[in-house]
Design a protein around this ligand. Sequence first.
Ligand code: ADP
Ligand code: MG
Length: 630
Amino acid sequence: MATGKINVSVDNIFPLIKKFLYSDHEIFLRELISNATDATLKMKHLTTIGEAKVDYGNPLIEVKIDKEGKKLHIIDQGLGMTEEEVKKYINEVAFSGAEEFLNKYEDSAKDSGIIGHFGLGFYSAFMVANKVEIITKSYKDEPAVHWSCDGSPEFVMEEAQKDTRGTEIILHIADDSTEFLEDGKIKSLLSKYNKFMPIPIKFGMKTETLPKPEGAKKEDPAPTVEVDNIINNPNPAWTKQPADLKSEDYKSFYRELYPMQFEEPLFHIHLNVDYPFNLTGILYFPKLSNDLNQQKDRIQLYQNQVFVTDNVEGIVPEFLTMLRGVIDSPDIPLNVSRSYLQADGAVKKISSYITRKVADKLNSLFKNNREEFEAKWNDIKIVIEYGMLSEDKFFEKADKFALYPTVDDSYFTFEELQEKIKATQTDKDGKTVILYASDKEAQHSYIETAKAKGYEVLLLDSPIIGHLIQKLESSKENISFARVDADHIDKLIQKEETQISKLSDEEKETLKTELEKVIGEKSSYTVQLEAMDSDASPFTITEPEFMRRMKEMQQTGGGGGMFGMGAMPEMYNLIVNTNNELVSEILNTKTAKKKERLINQSLDLAKLSKGLLKGKDLTEFIKRSYEMVK
Ligand code: ADP
Ligand code: MG
């Protein structure tokens, strides 16, 4: 028997380990299973290259709870360790790793920015155990070793009785960590961290039903057997070659990742690159709603099939965090904060690779099956629009396949749209005006008016569309967007020829004065007289585009307190069609009272059409209208 003192400057490192990683105690299991996996894969390698003349067999890793003994066992059939190796790897190397970790992260360990805690390795066992034993037998012809340590730097090492190759780690679970003796807890940890690890992991037994033997009677129960309960899938889809997978395989892997998700993904992207960095993975486009916040954090990050985190912020661009799936890369540094991560060269490359792959996939879907792409557009547009807004590289690519649907469900690319409306919607200054609606129901009458004039009206209803419109306006020449209710159409798309007004200048002057008198001088409505078709609406309310955009930006927080202003003032135009019969009638009405009534009723109708008539005004309007129809 040998005893010794682990060479370390800190007297008792274990309480420190415990303290620093208080929030992440559970990762000890991931670390120990990673070690067991490494040891098994090393064994496989040694037998493959003929270095070890032993039978590799079908090794598995077993996790066993001994509730009474308050012990947790992790047993592998890997390459094991000789006495020399335990001294070297456990007493020296592993410990220096732990110490280095503590020195490095003394200040920042509490910073939630640290992802995972790789590198702490074996000694993370002391976060949950007050004593740890190792019983190990090397594949080399040397006696087995029993090492134990009770949480002080002192350890005991002696010869052990173990005939089979491999390592057993025994954790004597501390009183404050007894949750790790619960089946349910261990099961959930195994499925969180080890679901896709490359070596089968056994946790308990399970009952399997066998087919009934021939000639069995109907009422005979089917025979059952007890078999190892393997909790992981050692060969997940992303580790395979795309050519070996069918579309059904991708779908079933999606169900494996998200068992509670009943909706199928719209399509997938298989990531597979080994130079200049190593990355594999599968990303899925789920059906996305317009809610930006509720759908993040579904991509899982792995390193060599070991789960690391489901917060990939900083590793994939923000707009892609709405996707789902798996990214596996050994090249992503993990012991660093998020802000460092974003500055890391390798991570930047990975991020732009993923962006490019996503853009390429979308582009090929668009090119190869436009119909299907259009059908899916509304479920995926939020990601694409968000990406176009936030990543210039993506904008460049997406500009070719991003779609602009009309209120009648035609889908144009930007180029197609421009081509289509160039002749009809370009004003005399050469600017093409793109009309859009954000709500088909609320803006119905405006949409109809625009369509009657032969204009295309887009339906753009994403929450971020306002920002994207601004980006398009600033990056493309001679175009501008206007919502259908932004200004009077004829005013927006000014042509050389204008309609002749039925009213004389003098009559117009009188009409304007009288309207303003009734509406009130300080009201938020500016009266504008326009000569239009006689059957066009007599009164229309519009809201200047810039005014509405400012208001919207304030609402979405973009311009909160912009220019130090409070709430934006209400500002509307009241467009009066001087060629409409009702307008002439108002002008020619002799009694002042009747005239006032006509104006008020007309204004209310215009407000109603724009959805501005509410509360008391609406109640009174309805009352008045009943009086009139009586
Ligand atoms: P790392 O895994 O990063 O090398 P650890 O602290 O987890 O650091 O482990 C230290 C070393 O101890 C390993 O590199 C390995 O040589 C050895 N080791 C740990 N667990 C096992 C095991 N189950 N079988 C064989 N060797 C092991
Ligand atoms: Mg390790």
